[in-house]
Design a binder for this molecule. Structure first.
Ligand code: AMP
Length: 602
């Protein structure tokens, strides 16, 4: 029950003293957004004054906004490649940050087909931890009694590598789960997980998922909230249950653990809690053997109050499937973050997914906003006026307008374009709130993969070389991320020009084309296919000749200009999908896994 606290917050009555402090902190930061931003920028610029990067732009120790804006360019990851290479190769001098770079965080964004490497410093962990510590106090304002049970969260670590200079390179969540901040977190009744650390930290994804699911089933009545980072992860867990419930039920019945769980510390930890429970085994068998899995989440975990998963941005495609499995439980999107920086949180986490807005916390970094309008080209320059657009400060953004996020971080990124497009929906005190619109240039995404138009084009080109011996070529193509079945997969519609009908490409060739496309896609895609099993085999659907002309006619009938019509390379619009699917003459799937190894290829 929420109690009235002497520290009562404008956000609502806090659930406990600890929450009151967190809510107070949010109030302070958002009320003083402008001065906090000024302080953050001054701190970053003064501590990094002697770095090679700031010296290069002759900041000469200035820490004020005007000098900063007039001297430092707005950059992208590509601009920083030389510095990042040097750090990766072992140059320990103060290139970007005065603090030593502690590791690289591997972003799901890619550059030249490989994950981007984001340098980070130790103290950033504290900043991330701080943001995490605000989430439950906010949630407790809306959902009472979360201290009376547990959270079933499917959390995973991924493989890590070392750069030639010896720095670790791993995803930000792997870094966080392996940190003492997470591993030795103090007891908090509002934040108890069913998954033991040993299960979360097990690098083998099968063993990790299996034991997390097992623990979640054993504790099924205690589970009050269920989640994963992204919606795709939670659906993967449901798919895992579909494939493994028999073995899980067997383990519960007999009290003996599946022999595939070989990690010694994980085995030891689970064996301790696993006792024969035939009744539970019978229940799981009864529910899971039904053909109809609608509402399975609330059937198995009847006390679940909400699902804690990100369903904004590319993940919105999973909302109907989550609704189906959960019987329409509320979906809570709690935070907005990236490898470069954790940005902010949702102060109204029980709102509808379409209404989610994230409040950027002004203490996390220095934030600027590049107006995002159609007359700005991809470099961000407005060629109609030939002037670089003016970046707007956090407190000066305007409601209803769209911006690209630009950050200056403690770890040394300066005026760095994140690539996310956000729309301002309102303010909490003087801190703006943003609806996540999209990641720039992303065409296809199933899990954390992000494939852009150029990557898809290259993949189609590479694959179509295999058609040459059939004297055939791809005349047009279009793609779609099909998430009807989990794991989702890429579908690429091909219209072929076959010059010799006696030698048209056979199934074998087209399957090899699927694989060739997969080999051409970036390493995050291939990791999803090979290591995480989060993406299914790529599919080519060959459509009848003339299909793309029909599509153009359709677009023109709806008002597109004949002169300017371009085939959209990705489609989600149902009538077009239906038209395409009704013209499919054959479908082909990738017959094997593409190559992937944790090592970087460059
Ligand atoms: P990464 O760099 O791999 O950590 O991915 C970070 C990116 O994921 C962000 O820049 C966003 O594009 C996306 N992202 C993170 N949080 C959210 C969210 N709450 N809603 C939508 N997209 C998100």
């Amino acid at each position: 029950m929420a109690v009235d606290s002497p520290l009562s917050s404008p956000l609502g009555p806090p659930a406990c003293e600890k929450d009151a402090k967190a809510l107070q902190f949010i109030e302070e930061m958002t009320r003083n957004a402008e001065s906090v931003q000024q302080r953050v920028l001054a701190e970053i610029l003064s501590r990094n004054a002697q770095t090679e990067y700031l010296t290069r732009f002759q900041l000469n120790g200035a820490t004020d906004r005007e000098t900063f804006k007039s001297k430092l360019p707005v950059i992208t990851y590509e601009d920083l490649q030389p510095e990042i290479h040097r750090i990766a190769n072992g140059d320990r001098s103060a290139i970007l940050s005065a603090h030593p770079i502690s590791e690289f965080l591997t972003s799901s964004g890619t550059s030249a087909g490989e994950r981007k490497l984001m340098p980070t410093i130790k103290e950033e962990l504290d900043r991330r931890q701080l943001l995490y510590s605000l989430l439950m106090p906010v949630m407790n304002l809306y959902v009472a009694g979360l201290d009376k049970g547990k959270g079933l969260y499917f959390l995973f670590v991924k493989s890590e590598t070392r750069t030639p200079g010896g720095l670790l390179a791993r995803p930000v969540l792997t870094s966080y789960y392996k940190s003492d901040h997470f591993k030795t977190r103090p007891y908090d009744p509002y934040n108890i997980y069913t998954s033991p650390n040993e299960a979360i930290l097990c690098p083998d994804s099968f063993q990790s998922m299996y034991t997390q699911m097992l623990c979640g089933l054993l504790d099924r009545h205690q589970v009050l909230r269920l989640g994963a980072v992204f919606a795709s992860g939670l659906l993967r867990a449901i798919r895992f249950l579909q494939l493994n419930w028999r073995q899980l039920a067997h383990d519960m019945e007999t009290g003996s653990l599946n022999s595939k769980i070989t990690d010694p510390s994980l085995r030891e930890c689970i064996v301790k809690t696993l006792k024969p429970n035939p009744e539970l085994a019978q229940f799981v068998r009864h529910e899971c053997s039904k053909d109809d899995w609608e509402g399975i989440i609330v059937r198995i975990w009847p006390n679940t109050k909400y699902l804690d998963v990100i369903v904004t941005g590319a993940m919105a495609q999973y909302i109907p499937t989550l609704d189906y499995y959960s019987g329409g439980l509320p979906l809570a999107c709690t935070m907005y973050a990236s490898s470069e920086c954790y940005f902010g949180l949702n102060l109204n986490p029980m709102c509808k997914p379409s209404e989610v807005s994230y409040t950027i916390m002004p203490n996390m970094a220095y934030f600027e906003f590049l107006p995002h309008e159609s007359n700005l080209d991809s470099t961000g320059f407005d060629f109609t006026h030939e002037l670089p657009p003016k970046l707007v400060d956090l407190v000066d953004v305007e409601v209803g307008k769209e911006y690209e996020l630009v950050i200056t971080t403690y770890a040394g990124l300066c005026r760095y374009r994140v690539g996310d497009i956000l729309r301002v929906t309102g303010f909490h005190n003087s801190a703006p709130q943003f609806h996540f619109i999209k990641r720039k240039n992303v065409l296809l995404s199933i899990d954390s993969d992000k494939t852009d138009e150029a990557e898809l084009q290259t993949a189609v080109e590479n694959a179509s070389h295999l058609l040459r011996e059939h004297n055939a070529s791809v005349v047009e193509y279009m793609s779609h991320a099909d998430t009807k079945i989990i794991p989702g997969h890429y579908v690429v519609y091909w219209e072929l020009l076959v010059k010799d009908s006696t030698n048209s490409p056979d199934n074998d060739t087209l399957e090899q084309c699927c694989l060739a496309m997969e080999e051409s896609l970036n390493s995050v895609y291939r990791q999803g296919r090979v290591a995480d099993n989060s993406i299914g085999p790529l599919e080519i659907r060959v459509v009848k000749n003339g299909t793309f002309e029909e599509l153009m006619d359709y677009a023109i009938s709806r008002g597109a200009s004949i002169n300017q019509y371009k085939v959209p390379r990705c489609v989600n619009f149902t009538p077009i999908m239906e038209l395409l699917d009704s013209r499919v003459v054959s479908a082909h799937f990738s017959p094997a896994l593409p190559h992937w190894s944790p090592e970087r290829s460059q």
